[in-house]
Design a protein around this ligand. Structure first.
Ligand SMILES: [Zn+2]
Length: 296
């Protein structure tokens, strides 16, 4: 039997929002079973925003959630770390609208969660096994979800840059593989886009300290953490976006030239199907979701 988990102690960090450039204090608090992951905007009277695919608001350059006028932005790296370390229940207090970017990767959040400690609760944990393939495409970009007994990702990226080019990576996902091979991969951006993004009010807090920055031929940082850090970061983003389904998946997910839009569309498809279908418990800890009709 698998049990739901939360953190053992509250833990706080300070940082800056990648896009807003604003300072933010974030505190993670233990939460009882079946709470899920809930953001709480302390500067908005404690307004709560559950981490749900049905509350996705913006997906350009980061994933943001909204409930009415209240938003929480750039949630994906923190959510990815919670999901892959198996923290099912936690309250995330923020005193501003954006999760701190830290060093642009998931590693500072993994460190924070380990500092807090992870503990089991007395309720069983359930997974969702996808029995029928799912597919969503947007031009030459696509995401496919195929049945599998474990969570496994295959990701393909292609950028016309000498340091990136085409990168493909397949990995099973568990806490140690996540911590060693996915979490350290940093977000990345192109110098020629910075001016345009800043005019749109994006990447105001971005720098070499929290992103891999590429000019026409090289990176401005000292070194890459992996030769294929770019595709690894895309997997980090994907896992955070898929966590918005609210239940861990057993599936092999293939992504071709993806981004937050594609990832969150799939999370929304799965979430709305969960809402409208009876799920079958196939063993102690696995629901199965037969997806008979096309979802598009
Ligand atoms: Zn990212």
């Amino acid at each position: 039997m698998y049990y739901q988990q939360t953190i053992e102690n509250k833990v706080t960090c300070l940082g800056v929002g990648l896009h807003s450039g604003k300072k933010v204090r974030m505190t993670l608090l233990p939460a009882p079973a079946d709470t899920g992951v809930v953001f709480r905007r302390m500067d908005r009277g404690g307004m709560e925003i559950p981490a749900s695919a049905l509350l996705v608001e913006r997906v350009d350059f980061a994933t943001s959630l909204a409930r009415g006028e209240t938003t929480v932005k750039t949630v994906e790296h923190l959510l990815s770390s919670l999901y892959c370390l198996g923290v099912d229940n936690v309250v995330i207090e923020l005193d501003n609208a954006e999760v701190p970017i830290m060093d642009g990767s998931g590693s500072p959040f993994v460190f924070l969660l380990k500092e807090a400690g992870i503990k089991s609760l007395d309720k069983p944990k359930h997974y969702l096994k996808i029995l029928e393939p799912l597919h969503y495409e947007d031009g030459d970009k696509w995401i496919k979800v195929l049945p599998s007994d474990e969570l496994r990702i295959t990701y393909f990226v292609s950028y016309p840059h000498a340091l990136i080019g085409e990168q493909t990576l397949t990995l099973p996902i568990n806490p140690s593989i996540f911590e060693d091979q996915i979490a350290p991969a940093r977000t990345f951006g192109f110098l020629h886009e910075v001016e345009y993004l800043r005019q749109k009010g994006l990447t105001l807090g971005g720098s070499k300290d929290n992103a891999v920055v590429l000019d026409e031929s090289k990176i401005l940082n000292d070194h890459l953490r992996f030769p294929n850090e770019f595709v690894r970061h895309k997997i980090l983003d994907l896992l955070g976006d898929l966590s918005l389904c609210g239940i861990p998946l057993k599936a092999h997910i293939y992504v071709h030239k993806g981004g937050h839009n594609l990832h969150t569309k799939m999370a929304q498809m799965i979430s709305s199907t969960i809402d409208s279908h009876e799920m079958t418990l196939i063993d102690d800890h696995t629901f199965a979701l037969p997806l008979q009709q096309p979802l598009a």
